[in-house]
Design a protein around this ligand. Structure first.
Ligand code: BDP
Length: 337
């Protein structure tokens, strides 16, 4: 039998120490968290809160780091990397991900929620649980519903309020079929671009405008090139704090329970940070020359969305139909109040 060299033994010391300290199955590691946003964005503040909980819950055996601005992987690769465990946790929006879980697509429909409060009244209850079960089927654990706010259209040189304003305009949307059809139904030309490429798209004139919530419009600097922001309020969407099932299985049941609570707590914190950020954003952007426009009656825009809703009434997937039913029941209950 070859005798191991002193160098070889020295190299093995950290591993031996880790095994002695942490037990055989629990290897110390730094968990990787993915976010498309910058460090000071409400999403990342919520994720950091969760990352701190990882170290606390595992009593320092594991740590977690939030990697900002999509540095770890391109946005469309995140779900796969969560499945393989290359990324341990991530915060993603519905834009671009609904396609993996059919029932999630319903949440990407225009004009189904009027604000985040109503949306969370559903997601913090039966609807949220139903979707969490669906997500688990694609190997991700839902730990928190974050706020994606209200999305509105913006344009380089004018407001987009009436159907006639949209005609022929090149408007960026994410890689989501429903949103591509939404822009097409308004008579505009959908252009799919990754979030990080929207600024350059505006600069190069590939697009005339886009749509997003106010915090993203500000943080990505889109307001500098497209200073007309119209409150079309066509989408109110949630975002999700997701954990890789593969990484999850390496945690003890007690750690899992504590991290579930930490996920919910990070979502509560994120929503507060979001509201704080949104509060004075209009005043700040007005000073930078942004013009805000009311959209007036949303009826004509909404009516154009009819074909988009139709496919969901007859969805083959029974879970999608259940999601539609839960949203409608909530709407009729709030109308009765
Ligand atoms: C931002 C969302 C992010 C989306 C992005 C987009 O936080 O998840 O990917 O919009 O429009 O508001 O692509």
């Amino acid at each position: 039998m070859p005798i191991p060299s002193a160098r070889c033994l020295l190299g093995a010391l950290p591993l031996m120490a880790a095994l002695l300290l942490g037990g055989l199955s629990a290897e110390a590691r730094e968990m990787k968290g993915w976010s498309i946003h910058a460090d000071d964005y409400p999403v990342n503040l919520g994720m950091q809160r969760f990352a701190d909980a990882v170290a606390r819950v595992t009593k320092g055996r594991d740590t977690a780091r939030v990697h900002p601005s999509g540095q770890l992987a391109p946005q469309n690769a995140v779900l796969d990397k969560l499945r393989t465990g290359e990324i341990d946790f991530a915060e993603i929006g519905i834009v671009g991900y609904g396609d993996h879980v059919p029932a999630l697509k319903v949440l990407g429909l225009p004009y189904i929620f009027h604000d985040s409060t109503q949306m969370f009244s559903l997601l913090d209850g039966a609807l949220g649980e139903l979707l969490a079960t669906e997500l688990e089927k694609v190997d991700v654990i839902l730990l928190g519903w974050y706020d994606g706010g209200t999305r509105n259209f913006y344009h380089r040189d004018r407001k987009l309020a009436k159907i006639a304003d949209f005609r022929g305009e090149k408007l960026r949307v994410g890689q989501t079929q429903t949103h591509i059809e939404m822009v097409r139904s308004l008579g505009a030309q959908p252009v799919t671009l990754a979030f990080k490429d929207v600024y350059a798209g505006l600069e190069r004139g590939e697009i005339d405008g886009a749509e997003n919530n106010l915090p993203s419009y500000e943080s990505m600097g889109h307001y500098k090139l497209a200073p007309h922001y119209t409150f079309t309020q066509h989408l109110v969407t949630p975002e999700m704090l997701l954990f890789s099932k593969k990484s999850w299985q390496q945690l003890s049941p007690q750690e899992q329970a504590q991290l579930r609570e930490a996920g919910r707590e990070s979502a509560r914190f994120m929503r507060e940070e979001w509201n704080r950020r949104v509060k004075d954003i209009q005043a700040r952007l007005s000073k930078q020359g942004v013009q805000f426009h009311a959209a007036g009656d949303h009826g004509p825009l909404m009516r154009r969305m009819k074909p988009l809703y139709e496919s969901f009434w007859s969805a083959k997937d029974p879970v999608s139909r259940q999601v539609v039913a839960l949203i409608l029941a909530n709407l009729s209950a709030s109308a009765a109040r």
